[in-house]
Design a protein. Structure first.
Length: 268
C-alpha cells in the first residue's frame, strides 16, 4: 500500500509541475525532510486554531486549552510541515521549556517524543492582548452603560495586562533560543486576530515594531525576524463585529500572504 501511495504522490508532484524545472523542484521538495516548526505564544492567542487553519480543518469550533506539546503534519505547496503546538498557559511553563530545549537539541528523547528534525523556524503567535474569552469583570461591566463606553473601560487595563503576558511569555522560550541561536533560522511574530484590531492597525504595528521587538534584540543578527498579520477567523467580539473594514475576504488575503511568505522562507 505504501508503494502505491508513493507512486500516487509522485504522479501528483509531476502533474502539478508546469515545466521540467518545476518537476525537479517538486520532487526535491517531496524528498526533503519535513520542516519542523514550533508554534509558541501565550494562552488564548490562537495557536491551536492557527494549526487547524493551516491543516484546512474547521476553524469554527473553539479548541480546548492545550496542555502538552502536540505534533501535527500538513503540506503547503508540496512542502511537508511538522507543526508542534505548545501550551501557552503559565501553568505549563516547564512543559513548554522542555519542548523548546528538545527542539534546539534534536535527536533527543523527551517526554516519550522523539524529536528527529532540526528546527526550520519558530512561529510566535500574539494577538495584541485580545483574550480567548471576555473575563468575568468585563462581562459584568458590559451590563452597565453603552457598549462602546464599557468596552473602552474594559480595554484599558485588561488588554494592557494581556499584552504584558505576551511579553512575559517570551521569557519562557527566548533565552533558550538566544543560547542556541545558530539553530534557529527565523522567527515569525504572527499578529493574529486581525478581525478584532484591524481599525487600530497603526497602534498595533507601532507596538510590535517597538516595545515588543526589544527582547529580540539580544538574538544573533542573522536570525530573520518578521511581524506578519494574520486572522484565523472573523468572529464578533463581545457580540459585536469589530471592524466594518475586515471580513472574510481580508481574512483569506492575510492567510494567503502568510502562506506565500512561509513557502519562500522554506524554499531558501
Ligand atoms: N476573533 C478571533 N478569535 C480567534 C482567532 N483565532 C483564534 N481565536 C479564538 O481564540 C480562542 C483561543 O484559541 P486557541 O487556538 O485555543 O488558543 P491557544 O493559543 O492555542 O491557547 P492555549 O492552548 O491555551 O495555549 C478560541 O476561542 C478561538 O476561537 C481570530 O483570528 N479571531
Ligand atoms: Mg492551544
Amino acid at each position: 500500500m505504501a508503494g502505491l501511495e508513493t507512486i500516487g504522490t509522485l504522479v501528483d508532484v509531476y502533474s502539478t509541475a508546469k515545466d521540467g524545472k518545476g518537476i525537479l523542484q517538486n520532487i526535491a521538495k517531496w524528498f526533503k525532510t519535513p520542516a519542523n516548526i514550533l508554534v509558541v505564544g501565550s494562552s488564548g492567542v490562537g495557536k491551536t486554531q492557527f494549526i487547524q487553519v493551516l491543516r484546512n480543518d474547521s476553524a469554527t469550533t473553539n479548541p480546548l486549552r492545550t496542555t502538552k506539546p502536540e505534533k501535527h503534519t500538513t503540506e503547503i505547496e508540496k512542502i511537508k510541515l511538522v507543526l508542534t503546538d505548545t501550551p501557552g498557559h503559565e501553568h505549563y511553563e516547564t512543559i513548554l521549556q522542555g519542548t523548546i530545549a528538545a527542539n534546539v537539541t534534536p535527536n533527543m528523547i523527551k517526554d516519550n517524543i522523539f524529536w528527529e528534525h532540526p528546527l526550520a523556524g519558530i512561529i510566535n503567535v500574539v494577538a495584541y492582548g485580545y483574550p480567548e474569552e471576555p473575563n468575568i469583570n468585563a462581562k459584568h461591566l458590559l451590563l452597565q452603560g453603552s457598549f462602546d463606553e464599557q468596552l473602552q473601560k474594559v480595554n484599558i487595563g485588561f488588554l494592557e495586562r494581556n499584552r504584558n503576558m505576551e511579553l512575559e511569555h517570551l521569557n519562557y522560550w527566548l533565552p533558550t533560543i538566544a543560547e542556541n541561536s545558530s539553530k534557529v533560522p527565523w522567527i515569525i511574530n504572527l499578529i493574529n486576530k486581525a478581525d478584532i484590531w484591524w481599525d487600530d492597525e497603526n497602534d498595533v504595528r507601532q507596538y510590535y515594531d517597538t516595545i515588543f521587538s526589544e527582547p529580540f534584540k539580544h538574538l544573533r543578527k542573522d536570525i530573520e525576524i518578521m511581524n506578519i498579520y494574520f486572522c484565523n477567523k472573523v468572529q464578533p467580539y463581545y457580540n459585536k463585529q469589530r471592524s466594518s473594514m475586515f471580513g472574510e475576504q481580508e481574512k483569506l488575503h492575510l492567510q494567503e500572504n502568510f502562506k506565500n511568505k512561509l513557502v519562500s522562507l522554506l524554499s531558501k
